[in-house]
Design a protein around this ligand. Structure first.
Ligand code: CO
Length: 215
């Protein structure tokens, strides 16, 4: 007997229901995807991008990892970002954290967890370079404040990539947003971090147009 049969059953019911409600749905979906949004969110099981946004399959390109980190050396997130910006031509990149994030909470502690500590170090770095550095009290409010600061840091990290900077230099319209989600009420909050051009970045991160080589 096939394992996890209930999931295959769920899938069949879902596909049948979708086909019943919209007979051309899968034919259209199979032809192409043109989502206008890239979502970079936490891997937390309570953070399903499509459901939170009320979007159907095909409407949002998604990357998720522990605590929605955008690391400059992570080929996974960079590849997703490049494909989304250059091939899918998304107009919006949304970095979405959530209050009470377990990854952020773990980063605020000193308890060793193994390999993941290397990943969480990115969030310790956010803390250490923030106004709350050295002020942790061990409470939930520390976690929630660092969740917000982490979103802000990861929005900047997206903007600092060659991928986003090249897109802006080509004149491509692209906005990077920082949002946070509360599990308690299911609502998104806009952290007012929308960045749409390099003038909004610190000077050191603004790249000049490429020079013509040779000669
Ligand atoms: Co989380």
């Amino acid at each position: 007997m096939r394992e996890l049969k209930e999931l295959f059953d769920n899938n069949r019911w879902w596909a049948e229901r979708v086909k019943r409600e919209n007979p051309g749905f899968f034919d259209d979906l199979a032809k192409q995807q043109a989502p206008p949004y890239l979502w970079i969110g936490c891997a937390d099981s309570r953070m399903p991008a499509n459901q939170i946004l009320g979007l159907e399959p095909g409407q949002v390109f998604v990357h998720r990892n522990v605590a929605n980190v955008v690391s400059h050396t992570d080929f996974n997130v960079l590849s997703v970002l490049q494909y989304a910006v250059e091939v899918l031509q998304v107009r919006h990149v949304i970095v979405c954290g959530h209050y009470g994030c377990g990854g952020v909470a773990a980063a605020l502690k000193n308890e060793p967890l193994g390999l993941i500590d290397n990943w969480l170090r990115h969030i310790k770095d956010v803390y250490q370079h923030s106004p709350i550095a050295g002020r942790r009290t061990g409470g939930r409010e520390d976690v929630d404040r660092l969740c917000e600061l982490n979103v802000a840091a990861q929005v900047r990290n997206v903007c600092h990539t060659t991928i986003v900077q090249d897109a802006w230099r080509r004149g491509q319209a692209l906005s990077i947003h920082g949002w946070i989600y509360a599990l308690e009420d299911g609502l998104l909050r806009d952290l007012d971090l929308c960045i749409s051009n390099p003038d909004q970045l610190a000077e050191i991160y603004r790249m000049e147009p490429p020079r013509v080589r040779g000669g």
